[in-house]
Design a protein around this ligand. Structure first.
Ligand code: NDP
Length: 257
């Protein structure tokens, strides 16, 4: 290979990012577009994905499209993935980023809370993988990247639903990696620690909680969404061609303690 950096290029590949309209998903979409991939952004809010896609297309100069889709709805997921493949010419990279968190002591969470978190964070990922299977397997560079969490590995109080869902994501990643290895589709996860996004607004706005988190992060600060760019580019590209069924932990050192 002439230049090692060339293996990180994604020109001509199609990347689908669930929840790519804001937060970590938006930063992931920007990173992939910056390397030349065409981008499909999915969001539940009518218009939100289209707006984000139009902005990204203007700034990155690659084809970007937005789609309204609730990842918990099987028919919507099937229809949108088929539409994306028709619009953009296949699916090479699937980034399962959409997720929610409902925090609270177990006695105060309702069964509906638990089910909603599991439906979005686990069933949604499973449905997206299932819908994109044929396209990923037809690609010469099929990649799935699931966004788990440091709570895929460790616990935290008041996170029973979320930690259950993120633990499941790591196991889904491993099982599907084995299942799709014969098709040369790799399946990996990124496990972020605390990052500044809307999901954590409540924690970021409470000075005591904010400081309590910082005291547990060896690097002494929250992460910025752009700090996932290198990891997603690596996992989505040919640079990670011999890596499957595993995860990159990007948590400022939280889980090293
Ligand atoms: P945000 O709340 O900022 O964004 C969540 C995204 O998911 C939004 O784009 C939202 O789109 C989308 N989404 C939620 N539910 C659905 C659904 N049913 N169908 C389609 N899209 C949906 O969260 P973050 O950016 O912080 O989180 C992104 C991912 O990273 C999540 O999986 C989260 O668990 C994980 N993560 C985040 C960490 C952090 O510190 N921020 C740490 C570890 C993991 P819309 O509302 O427009 O539908």
């Amino acid at each position: 290979m002439a230049n090692t950096l060339d293996q990180f290029r994604l020109d001509g590949r199609v990347a689908v990012i669930t929840g790519g309209n804001r937060g970590l998903g938006q930063a992931l979409a920007e990173a992939l577009a910056g390397a030349g991939a065409s981008i499909a952004i999915l969001s539940r809010q009518p218009g939100a994905a289209a707006v984000a896609a139009a902005q990204l297309q203007a700034s990155a100069g690659v084809p970007c499209r937005g789609y309204t889709c609730d990842v918990t709805a099987p028919e919507q997921v099937e229809a949108r993935v088929a539409q994306i493949a028709a619009d953009l010419g296949g699916v090479d990279i699937l980034v399962n980023n959409a997720g929610i968190n409902i925090r609270g002591p177990i006695e105060q969470l309702t069964p509906a809370d638990f089910q909603q978190v599991m439906a979005t964070n686990v069933t949604g990922v499973w449905l997206m993988c299932r819908a994109a299977a044929a396209h990923l397997q037809a690609s010469r560079h099929g990649r799935v990247i699931n966004i788990g969490s440091m709570l895929s590995l460790v616990g935290l109080p008041n996170r029973t639903a979320y930690a259950s869902s993120k633990g499941a994501i790591l196991q889904l990643t491993r099982a599907l990696a084995l299942e799709w290895a014969p098709h040369r589709v790799t399946v990996n996860a990124i496990l972020p620690g605390p990052f500044r996004t809307e999901m954590n607004e409540q924690l970021l706005n409470d000075p005591a909680t904010y400081q309590a988190f910082i005291s547990r992060i060896p690097l002494g600060r929250w992460g910025e969404p752009e700090e996932l760019a290198g990891a997603i580019l690596f996992l989505a590209s040919d640079a990670a061609s011999f890596m499957t069924g595993t995860a990159l932990v990007i948590d400022g050192g939280w889980t090293a303690r």
